[in-house]
Design a protein around this ligand. Structure first.
Ligand SMILES: Nc1ncnc2c1ncn2[C@@H]1O[C@H](COP(=O)(O)OP(=O)(O)OP(=O)(O)O)[C@@H](O)[C@H]1O
Length: 309
């Protein structure tokens, strides 16, 4: 369990994290979202004991991060933003060093290093020095050191930053595997909203260090103006304006070529049946008709724009 209670951090006059409170339960993969400078990394640094809060408290697995720092840190694996330090160390030596710091030795140490390297597909670079690695490989080395001791809580600051699409897929798969059925907690900060839909069971949105939203991806999508919107793909343009007279229809967006309509529902309304019926009655040349769950990117933009206003 992670408990964050009124956590606050100031840098001079600037309040980077402002009275932030939320909990994370075992089994949850929490997406921690916010625009640049929102306070995500600062929160993660306080949660992992690398930065002292100016107010509030946080506990991890029952240990207070300020008064029981070591015990709390033993529960966690942490991937900080950027690349691992120790640039002149070779990957294998670096991972062995981390394993030693985590208290492993002998055969167990080598087993842990081999397992983490295999998870992140580091085999080809094990004897290369970290500073000569590409950005994506540095990120993967960082992830390997975070999971090496198989912690029950993983704090990952932009884990897929700099990875190519194949590696992004692999890392998301790994995060899912680590969390599924294991009762682990994974917290990932990200700017990539598709990542939230792909791996997170819950999302917390912050801006200016303050909490703006907290819910499952589905709950956040339901706040979108496109929630329950009906998209109609057409062989050729049609006269869509009469749809505005149908019950529950709020607005229509038409792509300039007229081949795609998005019919937006009034809040709480389900319009798929009436739109489908209208299209059928008027023999529209429909290629595809679908209902939208909502668009996370639009919800994110609106939430953070409201906060800035
Ligand atoms: N050591 C520091 N000294 C002064 N200001 C800092 C320091 N670290 C962070 N800040 C400021 O605190 C705010 C929050 O920064 P933080 O890095 O936590 O944001 P973030 O949400 O992780 O952003 P990004 O998505 O760009 O990584 C920013 O305005 C940043 O400039």
């Amino acid at each position: 369990m992670i408990k964050i209670n009124s956590l606050t951090k100031r840098f001079g006059d600037h309040v980077a994290v402002d009275n932030l409170s939320f909990d994370v339960s075992p089994g949850e993969v929490l997406g921690f979202l916010g625009p640049n400078g929102a306070g995500k990394s600062t929160t993660m640094k306080m949660l992992t004991g690398f930065l002292t809060p100016d107010g509030g408290s946080a506990s991890v697995g029952g240990f207070d991060i300020q008064t029981q720092t070591l015990q709390a840190q033993q529960q966690m694996g942490y991937l900080p933003e950027g690349a691992p330090c120790y640039g002149d160390m070779r990957v294998k030596r670096f991972l062995e060093f981390i394993a030693e710091v985590r208290g492993f030795s002998g055969a167990e140490k080598h087993k842990r290093v081999a397992w983490a390297a295999e998870q992140l597909e580091l085999g080809a670079v094990m004897s290369q020095s970290i500073e000569t690695l590409s950005k994506g490989f540095k990120r993967r080395v960082g992830l390997a050191q975070a999971i090496l001791h198989d912690p029950s809580i993983l704090i990952l600051d932009e884990p897929t930053d700099g990875l190519d699409p194949n590696q992004k897929y692999q890392v998301r798969k790994l995060i899912k595997q680590l969390a599924e059925g294991s009762n682990k907690i994974v917290v990932i900060s990200t700017h990539i909203l598709e990542e939230v839909s792909a791996v997170c069971t819950r999302a917390v949105v912050i801006a200016h260090g303050r909490l703006l939203a907290d819910g499952t991806p589905e709950q956040l999508e339901a706040r979108s103006r496109y929630h329950q919107a009906v998209t109609v793909a057409l062989e050729q343009p049609v006269d869509s304006q009469p749809l505005l007279g149908l019950p529950g229809v709020q607005e229509i967006e038409v792509r300039p070529d007229g081949h795609l309509l998005t019919v937006i529902a009034k809040p709480g309304e389900v319009i798929f049946p009436v739109v489908g019926q209208y299209a059928q009655d008027h023999a529209w040349p429909v290629r595809e008709l679908s209902v939208e769950r909502g668009r996370l990117d639009e919800v994110f933009r609106r939430l953070t724009a409201e906060e800035a206003a």
